[in-house]
Design a binder for this molecule. Structure first.
Ligand code: NAG
Ligand code: NAG
Ligand code: NAG
Ligand code: NAG
Ligand code: NAG
Ligand code: ZN
Length: 478
């Protein structure tokens, strides 16, 4: 018989688990309340589960269709940005036209909600572009029913490359880099076209990534100049393989790269100093978007563990999210957990009996579909929730043991607001305090010991990403 103490301990653990409504998915490893210092008000945060409509959307993500999309994109031989724009079967132009025609067929089932455009510009001679070159993105925009101005973007790049970044004639299949990401944009466009999100979603396939992220730069710059309120951008680039160089498989893991300090703050010493003085390096809108995606997309519907990476991208690499981050938009990047450099940016060849090249045989279509579901859960939850609260401040005018937050009230937050908090060394928000329909709240907990945030709640149950408050007034910067 086990000793009484261990029986009691087991009972306590079971009871704690029941109380915290710990989800059954093993990826959600919440520590117990007793592990958190300091103790404080509110209840433990439980991940947002998909509702019936989102569950239905995720079920429709089809690995067979994703496979067909990737094989079709590979069939254009090369999709190099400098390749032919007029040849009907080979080159970047044929790929562009095929993606656009597929997107239009999805739009035809959207009851007028989805429109397809091909925004283009002429890139003059520059990095990896010797002569004037037309760069075209394909964008399917699904108009939001309640807040059409609030916008989310999902993107993959349809251009490809081989060993020499200027070689536009040799085959460059780009099955993983980045037909996989384009396939996710297209599959979610297909499925969501028949649904009506509250906010607007743009499903993009961009070009010129391999030359110098030209297409995404054009898109992000245009959105910024038009004053579009982009509250999140998801970049999918190299999300096709679940197998490492040494054969190790990671079919249920995906990396999500998130920048800490936003690029737009680099040149403003005051902003860098304020962020530093309040310990906000880990709390940019980009990190909050990453935490949000983990919260809504790591569950039994996706069966994926989403690994939040505290860095903008891999070493020596960049991607289309960077174009959006540069404009001050929160943007993140999904990439498979183990990359095989023999299968990226390489001419297709056999060397010492080893097949080299970015070929479809190295893509795991079920894996791409699971990553697609992670994106679908993130994107749909963003678009259905109220927007991220704006103008959030933390009162830093007096020395006090309590903490007062204020924000701009948003009529679309029809379920009110929640204050969240976590110890400063916790990676994820741990506690939530519902505060109702208000634009201010005081919490009996010192701002010196925790980080606070505010999120908006929809009557439909969807919560927004967390907004991290600015200190008011700003701290002394001496
Ligand atoms: C660029 O233009 C020059 C002539 O102006 C031509 O010789 C060269 O082949 C062109 N390069 C490409 C990549 O089209
Ligand atoms: C730098 O940031 C501060 C605080 O946000 C702002 O008041 C100031 O206008 C910014 N300076 C520039 C040059 O953008
Ligand atoms: C779900 O993921 C786990 C690994 O976390 C794996 O063992 C299991 O087979 C997966 N289930 C399905 C249905 O894919
Ligand atoms: C803050 O709380 C501590 C005990 O938790 C108390 O000793 C102290 O007086 C309080 N300070 C203020 C300003 O309320
Ligand atoms: C918060 O603390 C301040 C200063 O100690 C005190 O005047 C105020 O009443 C407190 N507010 C609440 C809601 O506890
Ligand atoms: Zn890429």
């Amino acid at each position: 018989m086990p000793p009484l103490r261990s029986v009691l301990l087991t009972l306590v653990l079971v009871a704690q688990q029941a109380l915290s409504q710990a989800p059954s998915f093993p990826g959600d490893q919440l520590c117990t309340a007793a592990d958190i210092w300091p103790p404080g008000p509110g209840s433990r945060i439980v991940p947002q589960a998909p509702d019936a409509e989102l569950t239905e959307i995720l079920k429709q993500v089809d690995p067979k269709r994703i496979q067909a999309t990737i094989l079709k994109l590979v069939s254009f031989g090369t999709r190099h940005t400098l390749s032919s724009q007029t040849d009907p079967v080979r080159g970047v132009g044929a790929a562009r036209d095929w993606i656009a025609s597929e997107m239009r067929s999805f739009a035809a089932r959207s009851n007028g909600r989805m429109t397809v455009t091909i925004p283009s510009y002429v890139q003059g001679p520059g990095q990896r572009v010797p002569n004037d070159t037309v760069i075209s993105n394909v964008v399917a925009t699904l108009r939001g029913s309640k807040e059409p101005g609030r916008t989310y973007v999902i993107s993959g790049h349809y251009d490809s490359r081989c060993s020499d970044p200027l070689d536009f004639t040799t085959d460059s299949p780009g099955a993983n880099d980045d037909a996989s990401g384009v396939a996710v944009s297209m599959e979610l466009a297909r499925i969501m076209a028949t649904h009506s999100p509250a906010a607007t979603i743009m499903f993009a396939a961009v070009a010129g990534e391999e030359q110098n992220i030209y297409g995404s730069n054009f898109m992000a710059t245009q959105l910024k100049e038009a004053g579009v309120d982009v509250q999140g951008m998801l970049n999918n680039d190299i999300i096709g393989s679940s197998t490492a160089d040494d054969g190790t498989r990671a079919p249920f893991d995906i990396r999500l790269f998130t920048q800490g300090v936003p690029t737009v703050e680099f040149d403003n010493a005051t902003e860098v100093a304020i962020r530093t003085m309040i310990g906000g390096e880990n709390d940019s809108p980009i990190r909050q978007l990453g935490r949000f995606i983990v919260d809504v997309a790591q569950n039994s519907q996706t069966n994926m563990s989403v690994h939040l990476m505290y860095r903008p991208d891999r070493y020596l690499r960049g991607g289309d999210h960077k174009s959006f981050v540069r404009q001050g938009y929160p943007a993140v990047r999904f990439t498979e957990p183990h990359e095989n450099y023999n299968h990226q940016h390489q001419n297709v060849r056999v060397e010492n009996g080893v097949q080299i090249g970015d070929l479809p045989q190295f893509v795991d279509f079920d894996f791409v579909a699971r990553v697609g579901r992670v994106n679908g859960a993130g994107l749909w939850s963003l678009a259905q929730a109220p927007g991220t609260p704006k103008g959030v401040i933390l009162d830093a005018s007096v020395l006090t043991n309590n903490s007062t937050l204020k924000w701009e009230s948003d009529p679309h937050a029809d379920g009110g607001y929640e204050v969240v908090w976590r110890a400063t060394d916790e990676p994820f928000w741990t506690h939530v305090i519902p505060v109702g329909h208000t634009d201010t709240a005081t919490v009996q907990l010192s701002k010196d010991n925790v980080h606070f945030g505010v999120r908006a709640v929809g009557r439909n149950g969807f919560r927004s990403p967390v907004s991290f408050p600015a200190p008011s007034p700003p701290p002394d910067l001496d």
